[in-house]
Design a protein around this ligand. Structure first.
Ligand code: BES
Ligand code: ZN
Ligand code: ZN
Length: 489
């Protein structure tokens, strides 16, 4: 679907050519493209500000049917994210117009003061992610994704850049897989269905998969996970995915919260706060999609994905506030609040992977707390770890992929807030404040000696409105970040 081509623009038959235009500097060095821009900038209606669009037909000297010039804004502000958004928005517009094939002119990397591979990568990412149409549940399928998006570059540079398009396609397919899982309604992704869907996708790409079902979870005393699942008609599971290339040195464990619906349980949520809770399995979707992507990319790091999957529902069989359960690690937990369920399933998954696989590094992703959204808003995730190097690596990867993460503290003395009069810990902190921190501290009790980080994605996992390269629904936040991080480990 993505192509990188260095053809002769004068003779190449092209339906639609997209030309990014900077408002205050010349960013292309091809003669034909420069001529196009010179002409459009003479038009009153086109100032090349962000979002300005003008279409030219029958441009002399070019075999293109139409040329769409799109404003990029001022040079100072152009970075990789602006380019992703530009391409995402351009593709979105072409989908609406029912085009099938488009070409995009890549500006000069030198003039943008970027490296060419990064420039092409970000443009392709925006285009590929923006080319996703989620219309599974619409009777009438209005618009189709584009069949082909070609990026045009100057002839002499084409050769060594060949690997970018397939790599970007594979990673974006991972993000899109996570998005579709997250956007899927809870009545179609009960724990059993979601488990089956993950396993079938994972097997397709050759991952080693293992599913611990209810019987095994009971036999192996996953008491905290089972307590959350108790109220639901649907049976819980824990999926273990493994990408194990020969001679891999490092083992990285990824743990993802998989609550297919969070009603709150007996501490039931109110209407407004329950509304988006189909997305409470975003961590699970991102971990599963990342593992599948690793298998497809054939990366050389050993990665294990551990995915606890439950539905949190109230019923006569549901766990009650005040109940005390014994976790997989042996520590007992008083259930102060059935709505703090994410930490319960995560600690059993974490303790399991630490015990069985002894990973060098463990990272969990979870839509864990509303408090994290209060702290950082809907676009930035919180990172919790005492390992500064790991925090920096996560933040750096997030900056690169624009899945932004911000480091948060794990103060020892706040552990006080998780004390229970009767059990080893209470899942409900005895203070209203610092909810994202106390949730992370609760998890930290189960990381053992493993280098561990927790990423709270409650804010950025879901986007109700959508943006330039993500439709309304699940965002897949974390897949691209983790793929970048794994490459660096
Ligand atoms: N799934 C929610 C957290 C959440 C909130 C995710 C908003 C996405 C958007 C989690 O299980 C939860 O209910 N957390 C409680 C914890 C509290 C009871 C200690 C919360 O954040 O209020
Ligand atoms: Zn909850
Ligand atoms: Zn939850």
């Amino acid at each position: 679907m993505l192509g990188l081509k260095a053809v002769d623009l004068k003779t190449q038959k092209i339906d639609t050519l997209i030309v990014p235009v900077c408002a205050d500097k010349k960013i292309h060095d091809d003669r034909v493209i420069k001529a196009i821009i010179q002409k459009t900038l003479k038009l009153k209606e086109f100032k090349a500000e962000t979002g300005d669009v003008v279409t030219l037909y029958d441009f002399k000297g070019l075999a293109a049917e139409r040329i769409i010039c799109v404003g990029l804004g001022k040079l100072k502000k152009i970075d990789q994210e602006i380019l992703r958004s530009f391409c995402g928005a351009a593709v979105g517009r072409c989908i609406q117009a029912d085009f099938e094939r488009i070409w995009v002119a890549v500006p000069s990397a030198e003039k943008l003061k970027m490296e060419l591979p990064e420039l092409i990568e970000s443009m392709m990412e925006g285009a590929c992610l923006g080319n996703h149409v989620f219309d599974k549940y619409k009777q009438e399928k209005k618009h189709k994704p584009l069949k082909q998006i070609n990026f045009w570059i100057k002839p002499q540079t084409a050769g060594k850049l060949r690997k970018i398009a397939p790599k970007v396609s594979t990673i974006c397919a991972g993000t899109i897989l996570a998005r579709e899982w997250i956007s899927m309604p809870s009545n179609e992704k009960t724990p059993e269905q979601f488990t089956r869907s993950i396993v079938s996708q994972a097997r397709k790409y050759g991952l080693k998969t293992r599913v611990l079902r209810e019987k095994e979870l009971k036999q192996n005393k996953f008491g905290a996970l089972l307590a959350v699942a108790a109220g639901s008609q649907s049976k819980p599971s824990m999926v273990v995915l493994e990408h194990k290339p020969p001679n891999a040195k490092q083992t990285l464990a990824l743990v993802g919260k998989g609550v297919t619906f969070d009603s709150g349980g007996l501490n039931i949520k109110t209407g407004g706060s329950m509304a988006g809770m189909k997305a409470d399995m975003s961590g699970a979707a991102v971990v599963a999609a990342t593992l599948i992507t690793q298998a497809r990319l054939k990366t050389r790091t050993h990665v294990i994905g551990v995915i606890p999957i439950v539905e949190n529902m109230p019923s006569g069989k549901a766990t009650r506030p005040g109940d005390i359960v014994r976790s997989y690690a042996g520590k007992t937990i008083e259930i102060g609040n059935t709505d703090a369920e994410g930490r319960l399933i995560l600690i059993d998954a974490m303790a399991y992977v630490v015990k069985k696989h002894k990973p060098k590094i463990m990272i969990d992703l979870a839509t864990l707390t509303g408090a994290c959204v209060v702290a950082l808003g809907e676009k930035i995730a919180g990172v919790f770890t005492t390992d500064d190097r790991l925090a920096e690596a996560i933040q750096a990867s997030g900056d690169k992929t624009h899945e932004r993460c911000w480091p948060m503290p794990l103060p020892e003395d706040y552990k006080e807030l998780l004390k229970s009069d009767f059990a080893d810990l209470n899942n409900m902190p005895n203070s209203r404040w610092g909810g994202a921190i106390t949730a992370a501290l609760f998890l930290s009790e189960f990381s053992g000696d493993t280098r561990w980080a927790h990423i709270d994605i409650a804010g950025p996992a879901y986007n109700k409105k959508g943006d330039a390269y993500c439709g309304p629904g699940g965002t897949g936040f974390g897949v691209r970040l983790l793929c970048d991080l794994i490459q660096k480990l």
